[in-house]
Write a protein that binds this ligand. Structure first.
Ligand code: SF4
Ligand code: SF4
Length: 110
C-alpha cells in the first residue's frame, strides 16, 4: 500500500513538508524531495497541510481527512473559540438515552 506520494510536477522544493515531518520521512536529496521509509508514516497530515502547492497525496485516505491550514484559519473565529472553551464542562450526570451509533462513529474517527 502506498502511504503518500509527492507530485514532482507540482513540487517547488520549498522544503516545508520535510521541516514539518516529525519522523523525517520526507527529505531533500539532489534538489528533489524523496520519501524514506514511507511505511512508517503516521498519517498525521502535517506535510500535506503545509504544502503550498498541494503536491502531497494520500491515496488510501479521502481528501477531507486533511483540511488545509488556510481553510482552518478562515473558519477560526477567536471569540467563538473562547466561548467554547469557557462553556466546556465535565458532565457527571447522564441521561438515560442511548447515543446514536453514527455520533459514536464520528467521535471515534476524530
Ligand atoms: S503524514 Fe506525517 S509522518 Fe507522514 S510523511 Fe507527512 S508529516 Fe511525516
Ligand atoms: S511542501 Fe510541497 S512544494 Fe514544498 S517541498 Fe514539500 S511537496 Fe514540495
Amino acid at each position: 500500500m502506498t502511504s503518500l506520494t509527492i507530485d514532482k510536477e507540482k513540487c517547488i522544493q520549498c522544503g516545508l513538508c520535510a521541516t514539518e515531518c516529525p519522523i523525517d520521512i520526507i527529505t531533500e536529496k539532489d534538489g528533489e524531495m524523496i520519501l524514506q521509509h514511507p511505511g512508517f508514516c503516521l498519517f498525521c497530515g502535517h506535510c500535506k497541510a503545509v504544502c503550498p502547492e498541494d503536491a502531497i497525496a494520500f491515496p488510501s485516505l479521502p481528501d477531507h481527512e486533511f483540511v488545509p491550514l488556510s481553510e482552518a484559519d478562515a473558519a477560526m473565529d477567536p471569540d467563538r473559540l473562547l466561548l467554547f472553551f469557557r462553556a466546556r464542562r465535565s458532565m457527571r450526570k447522564y441521561r438515560d438515552t442511548p447515543v446514536e451509533p453514527e455520533k459514536l462513529e464520528k467521535i471515534i474517527r476524530l
